[in-house]
Write a protein that binds this ligand. Structure first.
Ligand SMILES: Nc1ncnc2c1ncn2[C@@H]1O[C@H](COP(=O)(O)OP(=O)(O)OP(=O)(O)O)[C@@H](O)[C@H]1O
Ligand SMILES: [Mg+2]
Length: 143
């Protein structure tokens, strides 16, 4: 297990951190679970990661709260999933996330911790904590 801790003080700094992570410690493909409260900055970080992967500009990345899955890049290099509104693991399981995780793409999932039984152990976890109005502590853990 390796862990890295970062701090940001604005939305723009979190986007920049996402760009840097996408070019350094994030793997080329596979599962990334993003955890943190409502408004922590999970979607904001994805904006930078998608840009760093050359998949989308930050302003093209929006929360997949209702659509559940957004894909960026052609062919898709980044999938962004939000499971906040799902009620049961059964619904999450029917989205075909297993197949996404096997693709040659990064699969970033918000609120995945609601369904811990669904995830393979081989993954990265990014936890975002609020430490004030604009301060965030961002911890990246991987096996
Ligand atoms: N340092 C920071 N990093 C990220 N966002 C910040 C920061 N400071 C303030 N913000 C604000 O916090 C909010 C983060 O929203 P965002 O949609 O990224 O959160 P989220 O974790 O995806 O929430 P949800 O669980 O509702 O999807 C934005 O309004 C952003 O402007
Ligand atoms: Mg979000």
């Amino acid at each position: 297990m390796t862990a890295h801790t970062f701090r940001t003080a604005s939305e723009e700094e979190t986007i920049e951190l996402g760009r840097e992570l996408s070019r350094s410690i994030l793997p080329p493909r596979g599962l990334v679970l993003l955890t943190g409260n409502l408004g922590a900055g999970k979607t904001t970080l994805v904006k930078g990661i998608a840009e760093g992967r050359g998949a989308a500009a930050p302003e093209e990345v929006s929360s997949p709260t209702f659509t559940l899955i957004h894909e960026y890049g052609d062919p898709p290099r980044v999938y962004h999933v939000d499971l906040y509104r799902l009620e049961a693991a059964r619904q999450a399981a029917s989205l075909g996330l297993d197949e996404l995780i096997d693709l040659d793409a990064l699969v970033l999932i918000e609120w995945g911790e609601r369904f811990p039984e669904l995830w393979p152990p081989d993954r990265v976890e990014i936890e975002i904590r609020r430490e004030g109005e604009d301060q965030r502590v961002i911890e990246v853990r991987s096996r």
